[in-house]
Write a protein that binds this ligand. Sequence first.
Ligand code: SF4
Ligand code: SF4
Length: 320
Amino acid sequence: MTNFVKHVEGQAAAVDTAVYGREHSRQRMPLPEDYDAKRNYADLPKLFPQIARIFKGVLGSYTRYKFPAKASKSEASVAFIAELEQFARENGATAIGYARITPDLIFKDFVIPHQNAIVLISEMRKEPFITAPSVESMVEVAKLYADTTQIANQLSSYLRKHGFSAYSGVSIGGSVDHTRLAEKAGLGKIGYHGSLISPEHGARVRINVVYTNIENLPYPTSNEHDWVLDFCGMCHKCIRKCPPQAIRQDPEPDLDGRISAIDNTICGPFMAANHGCGVCIAVCPFSLAGYEKIQHGFMAAQAKRKQREMVEKERDVEQN
Ligand code: SF4
Ligand code: SF4
């Protein structure tokens, strides 16, 4: 599937605004060398309807690359951007953001047609997902891969109809690091488990992208979710619950100086052998209790701590 998707999105090379990943960009997480697809054959009947939808979505993306857009404009009005967001929501997106894609966000040896990105997320429902690792959670993940690919296809058609160039990304195995792109778009913060933590659904999200020639997208200048990492620093639940202990206690920076807590050489093989795993996302408090509740409790505790520290400081000054 990943090679097929790479072939589909690889056609972006024919677009004259194409941008490539850098030599030291991250590599897509490869399947483990000893991956045995037969091991999952028993699950195929339950997965088949979603796999069929994923293929349909990938073919839809392929068609858009085969028939390049003929753009008549590259600037969108505020009213049009509001309309496209409404269109995306009506078709299943639960949050929409914007980011300019830099080459470090494109996987090594991959290519994209435009640097301007409309980023979409949708929810993986709590009930099936908290059973991870299980066939039920795997079916939910596959459903969301299909849903988000379909939404991107619909949105790219909508943009083309209104005179813009647009190409839909593929949610499964795409060309860009979707998680980092969504963080850059201000849709949430990457937690210690390496997944996006969003205000809408915690870490239970799937992400996709539409590449477009719209040059004046409203890119965010800051990320209001930065506090999430302070919470991660005292939580560590995903680190404790990860079955093969693939999440590092002391995250290491990658070649771009960005923190990466997951050891893919441990996580990848475990995922391949255990229904895609996802335990870290399922147990994350943001996926269970919800973002707002955690933020409220965390901020209240921080305020109390600061007040206590101030009182202690004043007492020290008085005593000295
Ligand atoms: S489980 Fe805790 S440490 Fe891990 S990502 Fe979620 S909040 Fe952060
Ligand atoms: S997906 Fe599973 S193995 Fe990978 S980091 Fe999460 S809990 Fe650990």
